[in-house]
Design a protein around this ligand. Structure first.
Ligand code: BGC
Length: 776
C-alpha cells in the first residue's frame, strides 16, 4: 500500500523529453591562448610543413609484419614519410590482424618521436573505433550504432562513447572516425547499421550524445580520458540511388537541409572537432568538390573552426571515379579550394608535392593552406598533444574492466527489439527444451558485424572466442540438458560473406521432436562498405527454406534476426510465433539475448527504422501522404500503399503501456512560441518495463508536399506495474518548420496535429514566418 502511494505521488513529477537544442555562434568559442599558440607555430612553418599537416597516410606505408607476427615500424619509411614529407597524421590498423594496446603503445610513441624530431609538432593518429574499441584487441565492444538507436537512450550512447574514448587513449590514440550519422534510410545500402536509424532527430541526439561521450564537455581542452570525433560522412551518403556503397545520391534541397544536415548541426553544437566527407556525389556534385557544403554551410554559416578530412583516397576519386577533374593535380586543386583541410591519402605522398606546385603556381591560395594547417594545429592543441603526445595503457587501469563489460552487456539488452510474441510464448518457462539452429547461432562475426577487430570483421570468431555465441549463452542460461543444437544452414567463412553451407534439414526436423520450441537464428555474416553490396534484399533462399522446413514440424518457432539491415522475411514471418531483431549487438549480444528470452530482463527497444515487407516499398516513416492516399475514402485509389512489415518505432515488451490525458499548452501558436506537451504513461501490465515515448507532428497542408509525420521528441522511462508518470516535451514552434521551395526555413499558417501513441491533439499556427538564415 505504501508503495502504491509512492507510485501515485510520482505522477506529479513530469519527466523532460529530448528535442533539438538552440545554437550559439561561433559553435566552439575560440580559446585565445590556443589561438595565440596556433598563430605562433604557424608563423614559423615552411610551406612543406604546412602541407604535411594537411596530409594523412595509412600505417601500412610505415612498416611491415615482423618475425614475431606483429606489426613493426621501419625506420627508413618513417624518415621518408615524416622526415621528408612532414606528414602530420597517420591512420588505420593492419587489414589481416588486430593489434593489442601494448603494441599500439610501442608504435604510436615511435611515430611521435619521429614527428617531434623532424617537425617539432606531434602527429595525430586516427582510428575507426566504431562500436567500441574496434581496433584494439582486448578492448570493449558495444552494440553497433543502429542498436544504440533502437535503445532510444542517449545515455547509453554517451556512456559507450566515453568508455571507447578511455580505451582508445589507453591505445595511445587521440582521434576516432566516429560517430557515423548518415541516416539509415535505404536498407539496400551496406552501411545501414553504422548509423542511428532513419530519423534525423534520433541521429542528431545520438550523435550529440556520442560527441559528449568521446570529447567530454570542453572541446577546447579535451582531457586525457577523451578523444576527438570525426562526424561522418558529411553528408547524404546514406541514400545512394542504386543502393550500392559510394554511389550518387539525388536529394531534394529541402531534404538536404531539413533531414541530412540536422544530425551534423546538432553534433557540431556540442563542439565536434572534425568532420569526414561523403565519398560520393549529391545531385551531380561530389561532396569533396563542393565549396557550398564544405566552406559555406560548415565553416562560414556555423563559424566552425574544426578540421575537414577526406574519406579514403577521395581526392583521387574526383578524377578516377567521379570524372570532375582531369587528373590528380586538378583533383587536389578542386578539393582543397572547396574546403578540404586534410587529405586521407592512404598510399602515396606525391599529394604533398603536387599541392606545393599548385600553391607556387597560384592555383591554390596561400590563405587556404594557412587556414587548413591552422585547423590541424588547433586540433592538436585542443587535444593537448603538444604537452602530452602519448597516453599509455599503464595509466588506464579500467581498460576492458568488468565495469566496462557490464555496460556493454546492459547496453546490448536495451537494444534488442521484440517484434512478435504470439500467445506470450516468450519468455520461455524454465525447463523449456529448445532446439537451436541457423547460421547466426554460432557466429561471433554475426553478433558484431563489420568494424570488429578488422575492417570486415572477418576474424571475429578467433579474436572473440572467449565471448559467448547465442548458442553458448542459451546453453548457459537454460542448461545443456535443455538445449540441442543441430546445424542446418551455416556461413562459409572461407568465402565471401554471403556464402552459405546448407546441410540436410532432416537432422534438425528429427531433433525437433524432442523440443518444446525451435530457436532459429537467421541473418547476415559480417561485412562492411562495398563488399557488403547486395543484389537482393530478401533474406537468403537457403535460410528462408530452412525456416519453412522446420515450420512443418508444428513446433513453436522463435526467429532471432541478427542482421545489419532489415532483410525481407515476409514469407517466413507468418510461420513464426515470436520474432526478435537483435541487429548487431556486439560481444555480449548472446548473453543479453539469453537473459531476455529467460525473462530475467524485459525488452524495451524500438525499431529505429522501417522494416520493409516488399522490395518495391522501401519507405521511411516520414513518407509523403500521397504514397498511401489510395486507402482514403472518397479519393480515387491510385493503388499507392505503404505496406511495411513493422513500422518505425515499433517494439513490444513483456508488459503493456497506455497513454492518456495528452495536452498541449497552446491551441494556437506562432513561430516565437514554445509548445509544452504532456502525456501520462501507465504500465498496465504485470512486469517492470521501460517505454519509449515518441512525439510526432503532422502538418495538414503546406506549400510543399508535407511529410506524413515527423518525430519531434522522444524519451524513455521505467515504470513499475500500475505506475503512471507524466512526460513533458518542450518544443520550440520553430521545430515544426520545413524548408520551402526557395530553400528557406518556413513555418506556415495552418493546421497541425501532435500525437503520441493513440493520443492526438490539433493545434493551429496563426502566422507564417520565413527565416533568412539558411541552416539554423
Ligand atoms: C570509410 C570510413 C573510414 C575510413 C578510414 C573508409 O573506407 O568509408 O568510414 O573512417 O575508411 O578507415
Amino acid at each position: 500500500m505504501m508503495l502504491r502511494n509512492l507510485l501515485l505521488s510520482l505522477t506529479a513529477v513530469a519527466l523532460p523529453a529530448m528535442a533539438y537544442d538552440p545554437i550559439t555562434l561561433p559553435v566552439i568559442p575560440p580559446d585565445p591562448a590556443i589561438e595565440k599558440k596556433v598563430a605562433e607555430t604557424l608563423s614559423k612553418m615552411t610551406l612543406e610543413e604546412k602541407i604535411g599537416q594537411m596530409t594523412q597516410i595509412q600505417l601500412d606505408i610505415l612498416g611491415e609484419k615482423g618475425p614475431d607476427g606483429k606489426f613493426r615500424l621501419v625506420k627508413e619509411k618513417l624518415d621518408t614519410v615524416i622526415g621528408i614529407y612532414k606528414v602530420g597524421s597517420i591512420l588505420n590498423a593492419p587489414y589481416s590482424y588486430c593489434l593489442d594496446a601494448e603494441t599500439w603503445n610501442v608504435i604510436i610513441p615511435q611515430i611521435q618521436e619521429a614527428s617531434m624530431k623532424y617537425i617539432g609538432i606531434p602527429c595525430i593518429y586516427g582510428l575507426d573505433q566504431n562500436h567500441g574499441t574496434t581496433y584494439t584487441n582486448g578492448g570493449t565492444l558495444f552494440p553497433q550504432n543502429l542498436n544504440v538507436a533502437a535503445s532510444f537512450d542517449t545515455g547509453l550512447c554517451r556512456r559507450a562513447a566515453e568508455i571507447t574514448a578511455y580505451e582508445t587513449r589507453a591505445s595511445d590514440c587521440p582521434w576516432t572516425f566516429s560517430p557515423t550519422m548518415d541516416l539509415a534510410r535505404d536498407p539496400r545500402w551496406p552501411r545501414f547499421w553504422e548509423n542511428y536509424g532513419e530519423d534525423p532527430l534520433v541521429n542528431a541526439l545520438m550523435g550529440a550524445a556520442a560527441v559528449k561521450g568521446f570529447q567530454g564537455d570542453d572541446p577546447n581542452h579535451v582531457d586525457k580520458n577523451h578523444i576527438a570525433v570525426s562526424l561522418k560522412h558529411f553528408m547524404g551518403y546514406g541514400v545512394p540511388y542504386s543502393g550500392k556503397d559510394r554511389t550518387p545520391a539525388y536529394i531534394s534541397p529541402s531534404d538536404l537541409r531539413e533531414k541530412h544536415f540536422a544530425p551534423y548541426l546538432e553534433a557540431i553544437k556540442y563542439g565536434a572537432l572534425t568532420i569526414m566527407v561523403n565519398s560520393s556525389s549529391i545531385n551531380g556534385t561530389p561532396v569533396h568538390a563542393d565549396p557550398l557544403l564544405l566552406t559555406q554551410w560548415l565553416k562560414n554559416d556555423l563559424q566552425w573552426d574544426g578540421l575537414i578530412v577526406t574519406d579514403w583516397a577521395d581526392i583521387n576519386n574526383l578524377y578516377t571515379r567521379e570524372k570532375v577533374a582531369k587528373d590528380k593535380k586538378d583533383a587536389i586543386r578542386i578539393a582543397i579550394n572547396a574546403g578540404i583541410d586534410m587529405a586521407m591519402e592512404p598510399y602515396k605522398v606525391d599529394y604533398c608535392e603536387i599541392l606545393r606546385e599548385l600553391v607556387e603556381e597560384g592555383s591554390v591560395p596561400m590563405s587556404r593552406i594557412d587556414d587548413a594547417a591552422a585547423r590541424a594545429l588547433r586540433l592538436k592543441y585542443r587535444l593537448g598533444l603538444f604537452d602530452r603526445p602519448n597516453t599509455l595503457l599503464k595509466d588506464y587501469p579500467k581498460f576492458a574492466s568488468k565495469e566496462f563489460h557490464q555496460a556493454a552487456l546492459d547496453g546490448a539488452a536495451e537494444t534488442m527489439v521484440l517484434l512478435k510474441n504470439d500467445d506470450n510464448i516468450l519468455p520461455f518457462k524454465s525447463g523449456t527444451r529448445l532446439l537451436v539452429t541457423g547460421p547466426t547461432a554460432t557466429s561471433m562475426r554475426s553478433l558484431n558485424g563489420g568494424w570488429t577487430y578488422t575492417w570486415q570483421g572477418h576474424l571475429t570468431d578467433t579474436y572473440a572466442k572467449d565471448y559467448n555465441t547465442i548458442l553458448e549463452a542459451l546453453t548457459n542460461e537454460f542448461g545443456a540438458a535443455n538445449v540441442t543444437y543441430v546445424p542446418t544452414v551455416t556461413f562459409n567463412n572461407e568465402g565471401s560473406y554471403q556464402d552459405e553451407i546448407v546441410a540436410d534439414s532432416e537432422a534438425a526436423i528429427k531433433a525437433a521432436a524432442n523440443a518444446d520450441a525451435i530457436v532459429i537464428c537467421i541473418g547476415e555474416n559480417s561485412y562492411c562498405e562495398t563488399p557488403g553490396n547486395l543484389s537482393d534484399l530478401h533474406l537468403s533462399v537457403n535460410q528462408r527454406d530452412m525456416v519453412k522446413s522446420l515450420a512443418k514440424t508444428g513446433k513453436p518457432i522463435v526467429l532471432i534476426l541478427n542482421e545489419g539491415r532489415p532483410r525481407i522475411i515476409a514469407d517466413i514471418e507468418p510461420l513464426a510465433n515470436a520474432v526478435v531483431d537483435i541487429i548487431l549487438p556486439g560481444n555480449f549480444g548472446g548473453d543479453a539475448l539469453a537473459e531476455l528470452l529467460a525473462g530475467k530482463r524485459n525488452f524495451s527497444a524500438r525499431l529505429p527504422f522501417t522494416y520493409p515487407r516488399e522490395i518495391n516499398s522501401l519507405v521511411t516513416y516520414d513518407y509523403k501522404v500521397s504514397e498511401e492516399v489510395g486507402k482514403m475514402e472518397g479519393v480515387y485509389d491510385y493503388d499507392a500503399r505503404v505496406n511495411v512489415q513493422w513500422p518505425f518505432g515499433y517494439g513490444k515488451s513483456y508488459t503493456t503501456f497506455e497513454y492518456s490525458d495528452m495536452r498541449v499548452d497552446k491551441k494556437e501558436f506562432n513561430a516565437s512560441d514554445v509548445l509544452t506537451v504532456t502525456v501520462k504513461v501507465t504500465n498496465t501490465g504485470t512486469r517492470d518495463g521501460k517505454d519509449t515515448v515518441l512525439l510526432f507532428s503532422s502538418d495538414k497542408a503546406a506549400s510543399v508536399v508535407p511529410d506524413n509525420k515527423r518525430l519531434r521528441g522522444f524519451t524513455k522511462l521505467a515504470l513499475m506495474p500500475g505506475e503512471t508518470r507524466e512526460v513533458r516535451f518542450t518544443i520550440p514552434a520553430t521545430d515544426l518548420a520545413f524548408v520551402n521551395a526557395a530553400g528557406k526555413w518556413t513555418l506556415e499558417e495552418g493546421d497541425f496535429t501532435l500525437s503520441i501513441g493513440n493520443q492526438t491533439v490539433p493545434i493551429y499556427c496563426t502566422t507564417t514566418k520565413i527565416w533568412d538564415r539558411p541552416n539554423l
